[in-house]
Design a binder for this molecule. Structure first.
Ligand code: PLP
Ligand code: COI
Length: 338
């Protein structure tokens, strides 16, 4: 029996995963597997040369018992941008759609019940599988979609957290792969993540890798802040185009707020009334404090115990749309009657 309200953000076995192979220039049939293991050639291009990209999206069960998948087409578009960046095969929409719907149908009992605050996290991944020793793209690819019921990524949920500016390493290079979702961006950031967690921080906030003057994003999420009636979020070539951030921008504009998507200098942190991380896993995780170790300055936003008014309104509207309580005026959800 799953304790839905206490779920961590962690892998849990479900009934099936869905696979599709690209081989000899064409995509094969969608396959259902219950085995959690993949058989892979030891020289596969994903293992040596990092031909791997992935996505993260969620499905929610509503009061009406229907399942809503949030903005999956945006995840597919981004996955194909990631694939193209790594010279990998792009995924046709009809294959991704069929794989996704089949996965959710076969694992419908793992979509958490309405009202538990949990959701079904779906992780698509694409890997190059041809044996390679010389450096060249794979001919063969494997698309896998699996899912896990999850709770909040940060244990604090929507309670504010502390963040530290990372000065010792970069997450991305100026013209590198920070703007796509590839596994190679995450392993190098693990050491920073372990270091800052030991110091009591929830996330590292990375700066632009070229000048170190502007805010980029947090390790697993985009950054945004509120100043007066403005929603402010960094524009940078080295950050991931967050689908959550895109959605919050639409919601903030709908609330009549001004949207400022631009370079945001570190010192502007002093002017913000609210700050937060946002992403599929992080949802909106408010930030009450950002420490800059270089200048030994702490920037504070509201209270440690209370989420700011605008962040809370955005959060409630976003999750309201996702679970069907708030009208989906932007047409973000794909609704399944399962
Ligand atoms: N930035 C990074 C580095 C991420 O890994 C994620 C997670 O997907 C995000 C931002 C948030 O993107 P999204 O809102 O599309 O999940
Ligand atoms: C997501 O938010 O979906 C992500 O992929 C971030 C990851 C670090 C859990």
């Amino acid at each position: 029996m799953i304790n839905w309200a206490q779920l961590p953000f962690a892998y849990a076995k479900t009934n099936t995963n869905i696979r599709c192979m690209f081989s000899k220039g064409t995509w094969g049939d969608i396959e259902t597997h219950s085995d959690e293991n993949i058989q892979l050639h030891m020289s596969a291009s994903c293992l040596h040369y990092g031909q791997e990209c992935f996505e993260g999206l969620k499905a929610f069960r509503g009061k009406d018992n229907k399942v809503r998948i949030f903005r999956w087409k945006e995840n597919l578009l981004r996955m194909n941008r990631s694939a193209a960046r790594l010279s990998m095969q792009e995924i046709p929409e009809h294959i991704f759609e069929k794989a996704l719907i089949t996965l959710i149908e076969q694992n419908a009992e793992f979509v958490p019940p309405y009202g538990t605050g949990a959701s079904l996290y779906i992780r698509p991944l694409l890997i190059g599988t041809s044996p390679r020793l010389g450096l060249s793209p794979s001919d063969d690819y494997l698309l896998v979609l699996f899912c896990s019921p999850v709770g909040p990524y940060f244990k604090t949920g929507v309670t504010p957290v502390k963040v530290i500016i990372e000065r010792d390493s970069d997450r991305a290079a100026p013209l590198g792969t920070g703007n796509v979702k590839v596994g190679g961006n995450y392993a190098p950031a693990l050491a920073t993540s372990l270091k800052i967690q030991k110091l009591g921080y929830s996330s590292a906030l990375y700066l632009d890798p070229k000048e170190k003057k502007y805010l980029d994003e947090c390790g697993p999420a985009n950054f945004f802040a509120i100043k007066g009636n403005s929603y402010i979020t960094p524009e940078s070539d080295s950050i991931l185009a967050s689908i959550t951030n895109m959605s919050l921008i639409d919601l903030a504009a709908h609330f009549g707020m001004t949207i400022e998507r631009r370079k945001v200098s570190v010192h502007e942190l002093a002017d913000f009334s609210e700050a937060a991380q946002c992403g599929t896993a992080a949802v909106i995780t408010p930030i009450y404090e950002i420490y800059d170790p270089l200048e030994d300055v702490t920037y504070s936003f509201g209270s440690q115990n209370q989420t700011g008014e605008t962040c809370l309104r955005l959060y409630n509207t976003l999750i309201g749309i996702q679970n069907g309580d708030v009208e989906d005026i932007f047409g973000w959800n794909t609704v399944l009657d399962i």
